[in-house]
Structures are given as C-alpha cells and as structure tokens.
Ligand binder design. Sequence first.
Ligand code: ASP
Ligand code: MG
Length: 414
Amino acid sequence: MALIVQKFGGTSMGSIERIRDFVAKRILEEKEKGNQVVVVVSAMAGETDRLINLVKSITPEPNERDMDFVVSTGEQVSAGLLSITLNHVGHPAIALSGWQAGIKTDRAFTKARILEIDTSRILKHLKEGKIVIITGFQGITEEGDITTLGRGGSDTSAVALAAALKADRCDIYTDVDGVYTADPRIVPEARRIPVLSYEEMLELASLGAKVLQIRSVEFAMKYKVPLRVRSTFTGDEGTLIKEEDETMERVVVRGIAHNKNEARITVVKVPDKPGIAAKLFDALAEANIPVDMIVQNVSVDGYTDISFTVDKNDAAKAEKITKQVADEIGAREVIRDDKIAKVSIVGLGMRSHAGVAGKVFETLAKYGINIIMISTSEIKISCVIDEKFTELAVRVLHEAFELDKEESERVKPV
Ligand code: ASP
Ligand code: MG
C-alpha cells in the first residue's frame, strides 16, 4: 500500500461540479488502488484574490496577522466542501485545517515558512481508513496564530506534507497537463516534458514558468520527494520531477522560459574604483530588493556603466535608491527601462555539451533581435531583450533547438 499526497489547485476546486466530477474522481481512483490518500487543497479559483481585495478596500497596509486571518479562510471552505462531497457519496473523509494537521510555521505572516509538521493526527485518520483533506497555504505559529505561506503556497504545503509523511509520491493536480518545453500559448508546437530534474524545474520556475511555487520545488529537492504535475481534468501522466539521473544529461535543452516581469536599471558613467558596486547593492539589499542580473562594462578612462535587473514591482523603489547612491558616488545618470524581457533556455545537458550559447546568440541575431544582457549558469543561458521580441525569441529558439521533436529523437551521447 502506497501513501500518495494529492494537491488540487484553485481551478480544479473552482465549483461544486468540478469537485464532484473531477477532484473526487482522481482521489477515488487512487483509493481504489488500495492506497492511502492525503489531499491538499487550494481555495476556489479567485477566492484568495477576492479576500485580499476585501482587506485592501479597508486599508492598503493591513496588519499582517489580520490579513492572514482573513485570506487563510478560502482553503477552509474548499477543504470542507470536498470532505462533504466524499462523505456524501459514502467515502469516509475528514477535513483538517493547517493547525489541526500540525503544520507549524514561523511568524513571518503572509510568507511564513514551515518549521515542522506533527503528523500524528493525520496518521491516526489514515489508519481509520479515511481520506484526509488538508487546507493548503496555511499553518500555525507556536503562539497559535494562523499564518499563510505566500501566493501559490498550497504547492509547498503539499510537498512538505509528502516529505513529513514519507509519501511515495506527491501529485500536483492543476489545469495544465504538465510542464511544457515553452508556453504553448506562444509556441503551439511545444511539447509536454515527460521527466525533468529538480534543478531544471527550479530554473524554469524562477525564470517565469508559473506551474509550481518555487519554494515547493526547493522543498521537494531537499527531501527528495518525487513530484508529478498533472491535469485534474484528463488524469494523464503529466510531468515527473525527480532527482537527476545519468540519462538526463543526454538531452541538451529541456525547455525555454520567458519573463516579462523585470525592469533594467543602468547607472551611467560610474567612477571605476573599489567599493562602488558594494555601496549600490548594499543599499538595494537594505531595502529588501532582490537583484537578478548584474552587468558591469569594461572601464574606459576610469569610468564604467553598471546595469542590473529587478522585479517590475520593485523598479520604482530601486530607481529611487539607485539615484540617491548615484548622486553620492558621482555617477552621471540613472536610466530605467521597463520594456525588457528575459528569455532563457534550460537543460542539464549544457554542462557536457558545447556550442549552446553560440547557437542561442546566432539564432537571435538571425532574426534581428538585439541582446541587451546575458547571464549564464551551468544549466541555463538567459538573454535580456526588448520586450516586443519576446514571443518571436521564444519561437525561434524553440525551433532552433528542435524542441518540437520528441526527446528521444534529440538524445546526444554524453
Ligand atoms: N489560495 C492561495 C493562492 O491563491 C494559495 C494557493 O492556491 O496555492 O495563492
Ligand atoms: Mg498554484
């Protein structure tokens, strides 16, 4: 008998009909195989936004404990509705809120981290033969206050529970049938990726493929929980995300991600001497602004330019801070550009296969797409380009690396 954790997102839980016709069906399929099932649910689609808007209509800066008190309720409703549905058709189930399920977090309201899970109550109900349904997204502090885990946090609840329960698998059911080689709305030929490594998924997720909350993938990697992203509506196999194995490096490029949510800030004519970059990036860190790419030009006559990218939401604040620092250090000016996009290709095989970067640059050049910034890691190459070329860049790179072909046709010797 296996123990399976299933997580259902907001669209899957979106109506009573969907809960009855699809969610309950997926749960019972697993149950009928003789497995124990723990289910983690999101709030019904749109509900968390609705609750946040209610709060924000009172004040833009609510007390965060109150905020979590309100927004955590969406998950309680959907967990209860699912339990009622299952019990109604004769399948014993029990709904548990975060605190009832023993999910303990720190006190970072609205973005809390799970510290530990006391699984005793869950195990007790599983032993009784029940389907245990747990609210995603929420936990409890040592003092007994309700917290939430940040937007998309139910993924992390599910993975953390799977790790704590030593589940055999964690299935993330959603409205897409897996992780794709590129956004299928941009590239109709994009293919479902059958298997990928945690590292590749982390890169794809942080580069803008919004299938899973990044923290949930980090958690899965740390505790080696195999994850499957699959569709509630088809029940197909989906995409398996697991530990890397020897065969995975044979596919050079696994997928392409894009992100239009960054802005670039350039400090022009900065005196080129020690301590300048430290001053600027310390000031940004102080203001809690994460910086993504950083590029510094070659120095000419003792001056240089520094460019970096930040999330668009932080761009105004980052620009203001940068201008202050620029004045102090005697830089000429600060330019902000919100009309950029980052296009990235990801694949474990880049470690052992040469020529990938060259092919990316050549392909973009062929279509007249100028590269504004470049950054690389062992398993990815990212280019910042003009936002208006995003879709074109994704399409031509997808074609150049033949991602429309089956992986088995693209296998290269290591
Ligand atoms: N309901 C929460 C949200 O909308 C958590 C989740 O769905 O994962 O962000
Ligand atoms: Mg989600």
